[in-house]
Write a protein that binds this ligand. Structure first.
Ligand SMILES: NC(=O)C1=CN([C@@H]2O[C@H](COP(=O)(O)OP(=O)(O)OC[C@H]3O[C@@H](n4cnc5c(N)ncnc54)[C@H](OP(=O)(O)O)[C@@H]3O)[C@@H](O)[C@H]2O)C=CC1
Ligand SMILES: CC(=O)N[C@@H](CCC(=O)OP(=O)(O)O)C(=O)O
Length: 352
């Protein structure tokens, strides 16, 4: 059994990890931390876990994380990088849901996250946690920086148009003019009650935010450049807050080049993702809905060529807490421990 520790068990990604790992056949949850609820039973805070998890929260200082095989950090930015070195030295693998190990340029990290990186040497070896793109590296990784919820949707939505394995090295789109119109449910903001995500202010509201620059922009651009194998990438990324609890919906707009005009994009996407257990390329003309993946690790894509123009529209949906966070974390953990990638991740979305 894989002994798992979770730092930040009282947050939304933490409780989502608990939901997924409580039903994972190869996992024993060893420690779950909370700075404020130490001593409280997990099932008391989260009744959905009654009968499934009989552990209590422990304070981060008391948690025996070094006795775990792997520790998930379901914490704000800056927490994992402060503890990773000690854990790795003790032979514990680290999966971070925050952004500590995503941006390879420490100056960019400081610019967007307002803190110096605590362990650049570990950042250098860290692997970006997006299995459909980095599977072999994740298998060998000691430390994984899991892709963010929006970045997961945008990168997987565009990968078939940029990866040479798919394009044959041809430039099918103008990669310097990509637009991502992305929407998130309020759980994306975390369990802390903040102005703007309170029910009274979000339940019947819809708004854009971070238009002048969101911290996911450099992460997505870094990922698209790696997928494309070149730096000619320009992205306009506009996130929106919706009155959903869960869900990410990204509408991606790209302009086709002359070389890209005659391509069958439905086939290109189906071929690219044909062996991916969690990516569903929907039939031509589909409009994927967030509720169709709610609570599952699935990500759905539909590609459209409206009219006879040179614009391609790609629609992507995922559950921000599953494929956008904790499910992706379990997917990466499965790879790091040599398990079938889908282990513990076969949940079907709830309907209605
Ligand atoms: N929500 C989402 O959809 C997604 C979130 N993420 C990222 O995952 C991380 C967690 O997000 P989310 O679960 O939503 O956040 P929450 O705010 O819901 O939970 C944060 C958790 O971190 C704990 N925590 C806070 N500060 C510290 C600290 N200094 N040391 C130890 N524990 C601490 C808190 O526990 P306590 O106070 O009890 O100690 C709480 O359990 C964030 O970095 C977020 O950006 C990534 C993808 C999607
Ligand atoms: C609705 C909302 O507030 N979403 C968050 C993204 C949450 C998240 O996924 O953050 P990381 O993946 O970077 O850790 C935001 O826009 O900051």
């Amino acid at each position: 059994m894989i002994k798992v520790g979770i730092v930040g068990g009282t947050g939304y990604t933490g409780v989502e990890l608990l939901r997924l790992l409580a039903q994972h056949p190869e996992v024993k949850i060893q420690a779950i931390t909370s700075r404020t609820e130490a001593g409280m039973s997990v099932a008391e805070m989260f009744p959905s876990l009654r009968g499934r998890i009989d552990l209590k929260f422990t304070s981060p200082a008391e948690a025996k994380l070094q006795e775990c095989d792997v520790v998930f950090f379901a914490t704000p930015h800056g927490v994992a990088m402060a503890q990773a070195k000690e854990l790795l030295a003790a032979g514990v693998k680290v999966l971070d849901l925050a952004a500590d190990f995503r941006l390879k340029d420490t100056a960019e990290f400081t610019k967007w996250y307002g803190m110096e990186h605590a362990c650049p040497e570990i950042l250098a070896e860290a692997v970006y946690g997006l299995p459909e793109i980095n599977r072999e590296a994740i298998k060998k990784a000691r430390v994984v920086g899991l892709a963010g919820c929006y970045p997961t949707s945008v990168q997987l939505g565009l990968a078939p148009l940029l990866a040479s394995a798919s394009t044959g090295g041809k430039a099918l789109i103008d990669g310097t003019h990509i637009i991502s119109d992305s929407k998130s449910g309020t759980s994306g903001a975390g369990r802390k009650a903040e102005i703007g995500t309170l029910h009274a202010e979000s339940s019947d509201n819809f708004k854009a935010y971070g238009v002048k620059g969101h911290r996911h922009l450099p992460e997505i651009v870094q990922g698209l450049k790696a997928i494309a194998g070149h730096d000619q990438i320009g992205l306009t990324f506009v996130p929106h807050l919706t009155p959903l609890v869960r869900g990410i919906h990204s509408t991606l707009y790209v302009r086709l080049t002359e070389a890209g005009l005659g391509v069958d994009y439905q086939k290109l996407y189906e071929d690219f993702y044909q062996n991916e257990p969690f990516v569903d390329v929907m039939p031509a003309g589909s409009h994927p809905e967030t509720r169709s993946v709610r609570g599952s690790n699935g990500l759905r894509i539909a590609v459209h060529r409206p009219g006879n123009g040179d614009t391609l529209v790609i629609l992507v949906v995922e559950d921000n807490l599953v494929k956008g966070a904790s499910g992706q974390g379990v997917q990466c953990m499965n790879l790091m421990f040599g398990l079938p990638e889908t282990t513990g991740l076969t949940q079907i979305a709830l309907s209605p």
